[in-house]
Design a protein around this ligand. Sequence first.
Ligand code: SRM
Ligand code: SF4
Length: 571
Amino acid sequence: MTANFLENPLIIKGKLEDAERVKEQSNYLRGTIVQDLENEITGGFSGDNFLLIRFHGMYQQDNRDIRTERIKQKLEPLHSVMLRCRLPGGIISSQQWLAIDAFANDKTIYGSIRLTNRQTFQLHGILKKNIKLSHKILHQIGLDSLATANDVNRNVLCTSNPLESKLHQKVYNLAKKLSEHLLPRTKAYAEIWLDNKMIDTTDVEPILGKTYLPRKFKTTIVIPPYNDVDLHANDLNFITIIQHGKLIGFNVLIGGGLSIEHGNKDTYPRTATDFGYISVDNILEVATAVVTIQRDWGNRSNRKNARTKYTLDRVGIEKFKKEIEIRANMEFKPSYPYKIISRGDRIGWIKGIDNKWHLTVFIENGRILDYPGYHLKTGINEIAKFHNGNFLLTANQNLIITGISEDKKQKIESIAYRYGLINNISLQRKNSMACVSFPTCPLAMAEAERFLPSFVTKIENIMQSYGVGDKYIILRVTGCPNGCGRAMLAEIGLVGKAIGRYNLHIGGNRIGTRIARMYRENINETEIIATISELIEQWSKESYHEEDFGDFVIRVGIIKPVLNPANDFWE
Ligand code: SRM
Ligand code: SF4
């Protein structure tokens, strides 16, 4: 049923992006990575390999804080790679954690583990000589970094939901199954990083195809009422429908994505569209259909317009839907009603229906490192040594220590207190998030992770001064318009424009179904604080009972809602 690539009118014709040539000529993602690894003259990867290593879960980076200094000294940038692990649903055992923790300490430049907002972790600063070792260690502990970057289906997200543990286990298993089903089949990863000899030379990619997808692809499974995975940032979402405690099927939402390019009106953030309901048994067929449609119809001539959201708006929802039904041999039924109540994590202790305890630890910006006077990394390591169970990484960059029996609770609590892991964190801080940005992100335009902590303190003070210190606003900072910090789904979002300057977006809602619109362009921190202060003052005086900030600014007409992003986002 695969669409004919040459004759199908739904395919954009035009000069292909160079990334397409790279994939085509890569021999199923091998390139000359092996030869490059042996080249000790440079710490980086050359030519196509720079992009190809991304399919294996790594990005070449350098420390931007010292880049200019090194250039002055006529040195090449201090190249290293950031490795992103594949961890569907975010579950990692404490034993696996200890191995990662030791590797981060001993073999990375920065010594940190960075929890990402897609339920996994990144290790920044792995030198070329240690890359193979990193993959071997991952392999030994049953993990890999395959397909966590570039034009494939990325880490599959699944609601972190310890309270509904029975259902969570089932849904988590589906997330794993989906992740494996959509993985590249090439043996390149094992050959290059794990020294497995090439078994044959005819790798076949039945789902992804020889040139893989036109762009990255993101999938979630959501257990309402929690939208902690921020489904509207994703290409494909399965919302679980439960009847009498049993999972019966999913509502399928397609075409979410948040990235834009400053000033490029052909780009826009988009929330996912509801396509209808499918039964549990159809999940793999529907996922295959959506991925292969995007593979066949996605724009390979312009990476800025290549995500599923653009394909969907170009071909139309009805056409896209019909094609899924043909390829998956099923029909969508009308969606079931469901209710989302929140997006945040429930920091602190929760008792699950399994009678076990779950402790969610707040990790500011997901950065796990020992700081002077705050030994966060050591504290988590101590818990991992004692716990002998699982950790669960959330899509809000936090960490849950799961399944703690009553007799172990006290000891874990005492370790957590000793290392300052259980803190008096304000609601505002718990609901604030930033992307990585400087110093490692090559695309960063403004600070994000290093900017957020003190910025939140300022917002907390403003909230206090207007008597709304017990409330919160979903606040997110993203260092450039790629939108990794999901600022486009925030009530207040800052989008990096240049060093020290941001576009200020407002008007997203609490449950993450409305895009935030630009309110002020290219302003500095002082201007941002002054603007937000005025808005919070007005909110504190004029809002209805329990009216959230994002809804307030829309209701009183401070900003127009984004209703149809393809047409009205840039108005
Ligand atoms: Fe992202 C690229 C970090 C979630 C949209 N993202 C990058 C890179 C790899 C920069 C690069 O291409 O060289 C960043 C690495 C920085 C570093 O030093 O670590 C980066 N993205 C992150 C993380 C770590 C942010 C975080 O603080 O948690 C998240 C890793 C997720 C993961 O584990 O897989 C991360 N990125 C997101 C999200 C949010 C989400 O998925 O929920 C988005 C917006 C949603 C979306 O996809 O539309 C996002 N990242 C992008 C884009 C723009 C994609 C596009 O459609 O144009 C890029 C740039 C690109 O792909 O060309 C990008
Ligand atoms: Fe880097 Fe931009 Fe993503 Fe932030 S939003 S991590 S600055 S690519």
